[in-house]
Design a protein around this ligand. Sequence first.
Ligand SMILES: O=C(O)CCC(=O)c1ccccc1C(=O)O
Ligand SMILES: [Mg+2]
Length: 369
Amino acid sequence: MEIKHIVLRHLKMKLLQPFTTSLGTELDKDFILVEIKSKQGISGWAESVASINPLYKEETVKTNWHVMEDFLIPLLFQKAIEHPDEVTERFKHIRGNYMAKSALEGAMWDLYAKEQGIPLAKALGGIKEKIDVGISIGIQDSVGQLLRLVDENVTKGYKRIKVKIQPGWDVDVIREIRRHFPNIQLMADANSAYTLQDLEQLAALDEFNLMMIEQPIAHDDIIDHAVLQARLKTPICLDESIHSVDDVRKAMQLGSCKVINIKIGRVGGLTEAKKIHDLCAEHQIPVWCGGMLEAGIGRAHNIAITTLPNFIMPGDTAASSHYWSEDIIDPEVTVENGVITVPTAPGIGYEPNRERIAERTLYSKYYQA
Ligand SMILES: O=C(O)CCC(=O)c1ccccc1C(=O)O
Ligand SMILES: [Mg+2]
C-alpha cells in the first residue's frame, strides 16, 4: 500500500435520542473520521471511537488528533506497509492511545481489502454471511418508558436486549423487564458503576437469568472482578478492562469473566481484535462485538469483524436508523429480524457519502505523505 495523503475530519452528528448510561448522557456524537488515500486513488476509511469527554476511557477527540498528527501519522509515512498487521507493529512502542491507533489501522485494513478486491470481512478471515445483532438501551426517565422501548425492539426482532444499570436503577428495573419478557435474551451493562461493596445488590441480579453482566466494577480492574465472579452465578463480561490479548489471557487465568466484549477501538485495532477472538475461541470463551454509537463507517468495521466464527453472541451493532436520521454511508446499515446481511463489495462494503460527510465536518486537515 502506497499512501498519498491522509485526511482527518472532526464530525459531529446529532443522535436521534439521548443515550444515558452511568457515565452520563450523550446528545451528539463527535468523532474523527480517517481517510487514507493511496497513490492509486483508493480510499481506506475508519472512525475513531474516542468521544468528546474522557468518561468511558481516557481518550478524547482532541487527544486522538494530537497523537495521530504528532506520532502515528509520521510513523505510517516512514516506510511502506505491505499488510495491515504491520501497522500494529509500527505503533507498538507508542503506549496506550488504542482508539487513535485503531482508527488509522482500520483505514489501512479497508484500503488493503479494497486493493485486494475482497470484502473486509473476508480479509479478516470472517466466514459468516449474516450476523445476529442486539440492541443497547440507555437509562430512561421511567420504568414504563424502558418497558416500551424493550417491547419495541423485541418486536423489531433484535436478538438480545442490553439495558444500562447503575445504583438505584438495577434490580427492580430488571425484575420488571423479566416479569413482562420472561424469555428474551437479556443482559445488563453497568459501565463500572459499582464496587465490591455492592456485592449483595449485584448478587440479587442472579435470579433473573441474565446472559451476563457487563463491566460491573472498576474500568481498570480484573482482580476485584475475579472476586466478584466467584460469588455470582451470572457470567461477567469485561468491556472497559480489556485492551489487548494479554489482558484477556490474564483475566481468564484469574477467572475475572466468562465472556469478552470486543470493541475494535478499545483494543487498538482489527489485528488485536482478531488475536483476542482467536484466544477466546481456543478457550471456549464466547465473544461479541460491542458498540460505541458508531456512524456508518465504524458500524461497517464492526460488521466485518463479527463475521469471525467465535462472535457467538449478538453484538451491539444496531441499524443506522436506530441512531441517525441520516447515516454517512450508502446504503445504510439495515437490520431485518435481528440479522444484518454482510456486504460483499470490496473493503467495508458501504460507500461513504462525501456530501453528507462534508455537511457534518467541523474541521479537517490533510497530511501529505
Ligand atoms: O449501541 C451501541 O453502539 C452500544 C452502546 C453502548 O452500550 C456504549 C456506548 C458508548 C460507550 C460505551 C458503551 C458500552 O458498551 O459500554
Ligand atoms: Mg459496555
